[in-house]
Design a protein around this ligand. Structure first.
Ligand code: AMP
Length: 280
């Protein structure tokens, strides 16, 4: 496993690999790796000759400096996990490698995808995601890049950037990797106590129930029932629970089961924001 900090060194190495007709897969992360990240790397390894994983905590996507400061940075352990899973190249840039002094922010229009749901609660977040992903794609230029369905809105933002800037990479969206109890894995889960983490399975259970309920109940009724399931749990505040179109994120009036809808939920559970979603 090669660890590289400089984008130029990375470009030289990847050009050599590409010259040998090898396919390059890419997984972008902010570190504090868990089995969810590892599942993306495993898929990239299955489908490509070389897998690049980046670790970069992007300040531009944090609208809360406290959240940025608190973000875990267990880099030694991350490198051990990456070596174990067999990542070929780890790209570990500094801020100035991604945003050098002569960096000019490109104009990015996210077609409104950034003004709803997570974008409403975290203004500027998706603009920051778009900027870093564009830069990372310039550095890695992968054949395929792997992103998690867990951050559903983010996957749409990334597809939009790829389309807008004609980036010649395929975007693969990977299913949500869960703890045994169904809780979606997240770097934030370690902020929960062991007991809270066990109990947090109610989120996925609610989504499964909702997926069943929309088959027989009117949409509003099914959503009300789901909200009540969430609020029965101590320590829960609902940021949002909604059923939207998979492409546009516009709330659905009626369902096109198995085709176009996704239920998105974010709850604040004892001060930890937990995201999850399910295709309906
Ligand atoms: P992050 O380090 O949080 O920026 O996440 C890096 C990538 O891992 C993103 O594409 C996430 O969507 C993905 N990811 C995070 N958690 C999971 C999970 N539980 N299952 C699958 N992918 C995930």
């Amino acid at each position: 496993m090669i660890v590289i900090k400089s984008p130029i060194d990375l470009e030289i190495l990847l050009n050599k690999i590409r010259g040998n007709n090898k396919k390059i897969g890419f997984v972008a992360t902010m570190g504090a790796l868990h089995d969810g990240h590892i599942s993306l790397i495993k898929r990239s390894k299955e489908e490509n000759d070389t897998t690049v994983c980046s670790i970069f905590i992007n300040p531009k996507q944090f609208n809360d400096s406290n959240d940025l400061e608190k973000y875990p940075r267990p880099i030694e352990n991350d490198l051990i996990l990456l070596k174990e899973v067999g990542a070929d190249i780890v790209f570990l840039p500094d801020y100035s490698d991604i945003y050098p002094q002569n960096y000019i922010e490109p104009e990015i229009n996210l077609s409104g995808l950034d003004n709803v749901l997570e974008g409403l609660i975290r203004p500027g977040h998706f603009k920051g995601v778009a900027l870093v992903v564009k830069r990372l794609f310039e550095c890695v230029n992968p054949d395929v890049a792997y992103f998690g369905q867990k951050d559903y809105q983010q996957t749409l933002v990334i597809k939009e950037i790829v389309r807008q800037f004609k980036i010649p990479s395929v975007i693969a969206v990977c299913s949500i990797f869960r703890e045994k109890n169904g809780l979606a894995m997240s770097s934030r889960n370690i902020r929960l106590s062991a007991e809270q983490r066990e109990r947090a399975s109610f989120i996925y259970k609610m989504l499964l129930q909702l997926k069943e309920d929309v088959k027989s109940l009117p949409l509003k009724e099914a959503l009300n029932k789901a909200e009540n399931i969430l609020l029965k749990n101590e320590g829960v505040q609902i940021d949002y629970l909604t059923i939207v179109n998979q492409q546009t994120l516009v709330p659905e009036e009626t369902l096109n089961l198995g085709k176009s809808s996704v239920a998105l939920v974010v709850v604040d559970y004892f001060g930890v924001r937990l995201l999850d979603n399910i295709y309906l």
